[in-house]
Write a protein that binds this ligand. Structure first.
Ligand code: FAD
Length: 490
């Protein structure tokens, strides 16, 4: 048998198995490579790298355009020569075509009877959003308990009272800031800080600008091109679905769907928290209770873009539109790609739904969803003969076993100890990284980027040092106090 012991390589299949070839996996691999450690293997179920960065050609034959099913924006760019979002840095390096998306100023508003101007309410909802962030900062100073956003809006006196206020709140909370969950499912304090770290330059954020990727190569091109700079074909195994991960303090063995297995000294798991919650991958031994609690306590939100193409544009000339329905979250946010800065002449408009509404439409037939969407569009344009679309498409992110949702979102019951445990190493050998393990930028591409970087650096240190404890965890996340009302008799 060949013996690799003397050439510095592991006798196992790789020193590090990187499970998942999304942003976190690719950047972890690049980091190991930069540290001179090339004995790693990326194991990815799909036929390409990029993970949730996915695009397709959409439209009638001969009228097709590249659209993004997953991430679309570089969120928070750069202010002057301040810190740059690393996704922006990659975009610059690979000449990614991206454009400023005017999410504050280029908006038309509608309700179920057609056009209706309520942009003043939108301005109010921006002020309310700023207020809830400011109050969250005060609560942190005095170590007050986290609450959910619905409570936050109630406390600052901003609970929506009609469909217009609800639509504007949805725009600010569920949509612009991409929490993709209704306010009752969001942490107040952490969502405020998640917002600040990316968008608020006073808090170290990049900028409050969102740039939309409209590159015909697709957004994923930046991560694939980056991988092409350092990755050898022997360092990546595509079309390889992991079914189980066996780990001990000596290393790990990963089993694939075809029955084959791979062994390593270290394993870095970058699967989404949705995949981990769902139990798509078996861990042997079962993960410890502190890790299970952290995984199950995070929320995997779903964000769904529903694309339509028409032969002729009949809709708003702004980049954005808001539709206020009697039911909050029913086909509320519309984006036109058929504008001068994006894909002029494309005839493409799309509507986004999130959270429970996403789950609802994932359980429906495409044709039924299309009928509902068209009903809304026809209500928005009562005096126009709105034809049926020539193309219609949406991706079911929650049903996809490789993702089980779109991105993580911190609920009020998730406290910093849980975040530490979500990221912590198990038995020194089993590591975790991905957008969800980012304290500051969970949910975002740049969160996945920084987490891949961090895990790569830490694993490289372990390898260089011979061994190490990994990232530490708390055995118990303690936040509760004993039942205090001793004077109350049962
Ligand atoms: C609809 C949508 C819109 C978004 N919008 C934005 C946006 O505009 N801006 C932004 O910054 N972020 C956005 N995001 C979030 C962003 O896409 C993620 O934060 C980021 O891509 C996560 O990268 P990751 O490496 O952590 O995980 P992933 O990209 O999920 O990588 C994990 C990899 O593991 C693979 N995998 C899973 N299970 C297995 C298995 N059993 N065996 C082998 N491989 C497996 C998956 O195929 C995947 O490639 C959006 C996401 C979605 C879905």
């Amino acid at each position: 048998l060949p013996n690799h012991q003397n050439d510095g390589r592991s006798t196992k299949d790789a020193k590090v198995l990187i499970l998942g070839g999304g942003v976190a996996g690719v950047i972890a691999a690049r980091t190991l490579h930069e540290q001179g450690m090339d004995d790693f293997l990326i194991v990815e179920a799909r036929g390409e790298l990029g993970g949730r960065m996915q695009n397709i050609e959409f439209g009638a034959p001969g009228e097709q355009y590249t659209i993004e099913l997953g991430p679309n924006w570089i969120q928070g760019t750069q202010t002057g020569d301040g810190p740059a979002n690393p996704i922006l840095t990659l975009a610059r390096k690979y000449n990614l075509k991206n454009q400023f998306n005017d999410l504050d100023g280029s908006i038309t508003t509608y309700d179920y009877n057609g056009f209706k101007n309520y942009t003043d309410l939108l301005d109010t909802s921006v002020d309310q959003f700023d207020q809830y962030i400011a109050v969250a900062a005060e609560r942190i100073k005095t170590q007050q308990v986290d609450l959910n956003l619905q409570s936050a809006y109630g406390i600052i006196g901003a609970t929506p009272k009609n469909p217009y206020e609800a639509a504007c709140q949805y725009y600010q909370v569920d949509w612009v800031r991409e929490y993709a969950q209704s306010p009752d499912q969001n942490s107040w304090i952490m969502s405020a800080w998640n917002n600040n770290f990316t968008f608020n330059t006073d808090m170290g954020g990049f900028s409050d600008t969102n740039n939309l990727c409209i590159d015909p190569r697709g957004f994923k091109t930046i991560i694939q091109a980056e991988a092409a700079e350092f990755l050898q074909s022997s360092q990546v195994s595509l079309n390889s679905t992991v079914t189980s991960i066996e780990y001990s303090s000596n290393g790990a063995t990963v089993t694939l769907a075809d029955g084959s297995s791979l062994s390593s000294d270290y394993v870095l798991c970058t699967f989404s928290v949705g995949v981990l919650q769902y139990g798509d991958v078996a861990f042997e031994p079962a993960l410890p209770a502190w890790k299970v609690e952290a995984i199950q306590n995070m929320v995997m939100a779903t964000y769904t873009k529903i694309f339509l193409q028409f032969t002729e544009k009949f809709w708003f000339d702004t980049q954005m539109a808001i539709y206020a329905d009697k039911q909050r979250g029913r086909y509320p946010i519309w984006q036109s790609l058929d504008v001068v800065d994006f894909l002029p002449g494309s005839g493409i408009v799309f509507v986004t739904v999130t959270g429970d509404f996403s789950l609802r439409i994932e359980s429906m037939e495409d044709s039924d969803v299309q009928n509902e969407v068209m009903e809304v569009l026809r209500a928005m344009y009562p005096n126009t003969t709105v034809p049926d679309p020539v193309a219609f498409l949406f991706k079911r992110w929650n049903a996809d076993p490789l993702f089980r949702g779109s991105y993580s979102n911190w609920p009020a019951s998730f406290v910093p100890g849980h975040a530490e445990n979500l990221r912590a190493t198990v038995n020194q050998r089993l590591w975790f990284a991905g957008e969800a393990t980012s304290f500051k930028y969970y949910g975002f591409l740049h969160g996945a980027y920084y987490e891949g970087l961090h895990a790569g650096e830490e694993i490289a240190k372990c390898i260089a040092g011979g061994s190490c404890a990994g990232l530490q965890h708390l055995d118990d996340v303690v936040d509760a106090s004993p039942y205090p009302f001793t004077s109350i008799t049962p």
